[in-house]
Write a protein that binds this ligand. Structure first.
Ligand SMILES: Cc1cc2nc3c(=O)[nH]c(=O)nc-3n(C[C@H](O)[C@H](O)[C@H](O)COP(=O)(O)OP(=O)(O)OC[C@H]3O[C@@H](n4cnc5c(N)ncnc54)[C@H](O)[C@@H]3O)c2cc1C
Length: 392
């Protein structure tokens, strides 16, 4: 029976980065148990947006650290990091949004993120392709961008495979977890693993179920998020394309090879309890929203679609992450739907919690599991720069 210091359930961006950051600390023997292929869950289906312009202190700090760790990993592996810097506008359509965004510029700056407010006149000069008459302004960070998800998954998997003391088991579904005195027995389709500590990094299709195996309620839900890619711009339309997020409308776009990738969430979609990663694409919603983004960015008008997919994205009730140890030796890590931008940083923070016993530099009430059981104070932070996730 293999014995480990830490068994991580889930080999997505979060589980892989946790294993890697533990190995960087030289911490004991670590096993990552993955039901399918490493990175094959939400991670490889994502859009890869890496945004430091979060909607709270925690979000901004995690975005900044995540971006840095992606770049460092590329250097450490001697491979490209997969991160492409484009600059990122988060556009405001209403005065109310504008006020909230101006407050967030201060929050982000306090977290060390360079963020500025752009008036429409200035926006027209910098990014003339956008129909700025539709907006009252935007926040902007020049070193935001995106990772190409297959490369991010490749690098994190590669980092784990090269790390001394870390074993990765694919096709190794965890079926149950039992606790006795000072250790956990993790029952899998490939036998039982013994460990002093277990990390639940099961993502949208596993975190809640893995928590339930030890009686811990983990409010990680899944909902449809869908993405299309357009193969290119019409002739003459090519230009350096920044990322743009219309938070109020729930869509964003970024460059994708010669063309554009556009993601969207329907605010009326409810939590999806099918257990599936693949979910049907909602073309009616796509058509309903199309005039909106075509009006905002006319270069997108009438473009053919080269790829389209819908998949389950994780969310937590406040869109913030979970980094906690609710039971001795049992840890929960979840990204609240931001696991590409925050994944490396979440892995680093959880490794810190396991080895040093604390999560440095983040407010507890934005990361602990207990916050969901406490009476909600209206001033409690939520990540307001998030997709329109279901209310429950
Ligand atoms: C369409 C789409 C677009 C997205 N775009 C972005 C974006 O632009 N930026 C961003 O930051 N985030 C984005 N996300 C969200 C992001 O992909 C997720 O937050 C992130 O991938 C979560 O990582 P994870 O490791 O928690 O989950 P996963 O990648 O799903 O990994 C969890 C792993 O756990 C395994 N597992 C579960 N249960 C068990 C078990 N019992 N035994 C063994 N293994 C188990 C699963 O097989 C899975 O591989 C997007 C998501 C989707 C679906």
């Amino acid at each position: 029976m293999p014995v480990y210091d830490v068994v991580i359930v889930g080999g997505g961006n979060l589980g892989l980065w946790t294993a890697y950051r533990l190995a960087r600390r030289g911490f004991g023997r670590v096993a990552v148990l993955e039901r399918g292929w490493a990175g094959g869950g939400a991670t490889s289906r994502s859009a890869g947006v890496v945004r430091q312009q979060g909607g709270s202190e925690t979000a901004a700090k995690l975005g900044k650290l995540g971006r840095r760790l992606y770049l460092e990993l590329g250097d450490e592996l001697g491979l490209d990091s997969g991160f492409i810097e484009t600059g990122y506008y988060i556009v405001a359509e209403t005065e109310e949004e504008r006020e909230g965004f101006l407050r967030l510029v201060e929050v982000r700056r306090a977290a060390g993120v360079e963020n500025e407010w752009i008036e429409p006149e200035e926006g027209k000069r910098r990014f003339p392709g956008l129909n700025w008459d539709r907006f009252v302004g935007a926040t902007y960070t020049s070193d935001d961008g995106y990772v190409h998800p297959p490369i991010a998954a490749r690098n994190a998997t590669f980092a784990v495979r090269l790390s001394e003391g870390v074993d990765l088991f694919e096709m190794c579904e965890v079926l149950g977890i039992e606790r006795s005195d000072d250790r956990y027995s993790v029952r899998t389709v490939r036998g039982v693993f013994e460990a002093e500590r277990v990390v639940d990094a099961g993502g949208p299709r596993g975190a809640a179920e893995v928590g339930a195996m030890v009686g811990v309620e983990v409010p990680v839900m899944a909902v449809r998020h869908q993405v299309v890619s357009f193969p290119g711009f019409p002739e003459g339309g090519e230009h350096q394309l920044p990322l743009v997020f219309n938070v109020g409308k729930g869509y964003y776009w970024r460059p994708e090879e010669e063309g554009v990738l556009l993601g969207m969430s329907n605010p009326v979609d409810e939590a999806d309890e099918s257990g599936r990663y693949q979910i049907g694409f909602d073309w009616a919603f796509y058509e309903e929203m199309r005039p909106d983004w075509e009006g905002a960015f006319p270069a997108l008008e009438g473009l053919p679609v080269s790829k389209a997919w819908a998949a389950s994205i994780d969310y937590t009730p406040d869109h913030l992450p979970i980094i906690d140890e609710p039971m001795e030796g049992f840890y929960v890590l979840a990204a609240g739907g931001h696991g590409m931008m925050w994944g490396p940083a979440l892995g680093e923070k959880l490794a810190g919690l396991i080895v040093e016993g604390e999560v440095e530099d983040l407010p507890k009430d934005e990361i602990d599991l207990g916050r969901f059981g406490r009476e909600r104070d209206p001033s409690t932070p939520q990540d307001t720069i998030a997709l329109p996730f279901p209310k429950k």
